[in-house]
Design a protein around this ligand. Structure first.
Ligand code: HPA
Length: 273
C-alpha cells in the first residue's frame, strides 16, 4: 500500500527533525550545492530512508538536507531520481509524496536543461511557465488514492502564476537576466537528435531535459504550488555544430552556480504566503 510506505518514510524523517519543513527543493544536476547553505542541517542519506530509491548519477549526492534557509524551513533533495535510471514513475515521485506528508506546501524544482529556444544562451536561467510531458508515461497511472489527490487533476496552472511573477520580480531586484519558457520532459538517457529538437521547438518547447515533469505532476496532484527553474546548461542538439556531453552540462551549471544560489535564496526570502 503506497500510503503506508509514504507514512513509514515520513515518520522516519520526522523523528529526526525539530521543525516542520514547508518548502521543498529538488536540486538538479550540478545544483545540489544550494543544500550546503542550509543552516543547522539534518542530513539523511536516501539509502537510510525506508522505501526510498538510491540515486545513481554522478553529480548527484543522494541525500535529504533539512533545515533553515533564508528564514524558511526547507527540505532539499540533493540529487533526484530519474525515470531513465530504471525507476518506475511512482519511485521517481515518491519523495514528493513524502514531502507533502511532512507538511511541504511549496515545491521548487530545478534542473539542467538543453536550450531549444535559439534566443537562449548556455548559462541562462529559465523560469518554467509550463511543461510538455513527452515521457510517454505518467506517475498518476494506476489506482487513484483519493486521500492523495483527485483522479483527474487539473494541470492548467502546473507552475503557480504568483510564484512565476514573484520569480520575475526577484530576478529584476537582483539584476539577473532570466528567460522564461516551456520545459519538455523527455525520458533520456540519450540526448535528442537534431530532428527531435526541431520537432520539440515546433511543439512549443523552449528547453528540454530528462526530469521534473513527473515530480511536478505529483506535486499538482497533491495540491502543492510549484515553481520551476531550469539552468540552460547547453544548447540542445543540432543548434550548434558540436556534440553534447554530460561534462558540458556539469561545467555550465558550475559557472552559473552563484547566480542560481542568489536567485533561489532571494526567492525564499520573499516567498508570498
Ligand atoms: N537534453 C536533454 N536533457 C538535458 C540536456 C539536453 O540537451 N541538457 C541537460 N539536460
Amino acid at each position: 500500500m503506497v500510503q503506508t510506505k509514504i507514512k513509514e518514510a515520513s515518520s522516519f524523517i520526522r523523528e529526526q527533525l525539530t521543525h516542520q519543513p514547508t518548502v521543498g527543493l529538488i536540486l538538479g544536476s550540478g545544483l545540489g550545492v544550494l543544500a550546503d547553505e542550509i543552516q543547522n542541517p539534518v542530513t539523511i542519506a536516501y539509502k537510510e530512508i525506508p522505501h526510498f530509491p538510491e540515486s545513481t548519477v554522478s553529480g548527484h549526492k543522494g541525500q535529504l538536507v533539512i533545515g533553515e534557509l533564508e528564514g524558511r524551513q526547507v527540505i532539499a533533495m540533493q540529487g533526484r531520481f530519474h525515470y531513465y535510471e530504471g525507476y518506475s514513475m511512482q519511485q521517481v515521485t515518491f519523495p514528493v509524496r513524502v514531502m507533502k506528508e511532512l507538511g511541504v506546501e511549496t515545491l521548487f524544482v530545478t534542473n539542467a536543461a538543453g536550450g531549444i529556444n535559439e534566443t537562449f544562451q548556455p548559462g541562462n536561467l529559465m523560469i518554467i511557465t509550463d511543461h510538455i510531458n513527452n515521457m510517454g508515461n505518467s506517475p498518476l497511472i494506476g489506482p487513484n488514492d483519493e486521500d492523495l489527490g483527485p483522479r483527474f487533476p487539473d494541470m492548467s496552472e502546473a507552475y503557480d502564476r504568483d510564484l512565476i511573477q514573484h520569480a520575475h520580480q526577484s530576478a529584476e531586484r537582483l539584476n539577473l537576466k532570466v528567460q522564461q519558457g516551456v520545459y519538455v520532459g523527455n525520458t533520456g538517457p540519450a540526448y535528442e537528435t537534431g530532428a527531435e529538437v526541431r520537432m520539440l521547438r515546433t511543439l512549443g518547447g523552449d528547453a528540454v531535459g530528462m526530469s521534473t515533469v513527473p515530480e511536478v505532476m505529483v506535486a499538482n496532484h497533491s495540491g502543492m504550488r510549484v515553481l520551476g527553474i531550469s539552468c540552460i546548461s547547453n544548447m540542445a542538439a543540432g543548434i550548434l555544430d558540436q556534440p553534447l556531453t554530460h561534462e558540458e552540462v556539469i561545467d555550465t551549471t558550475a559557472q552559473v552556480r552563484e547566480d542560481f544560489l542568489g536567485f533561489v535564496k532571494d526567492l525564499l526570502r520573499g516567498l508570498p504566503a
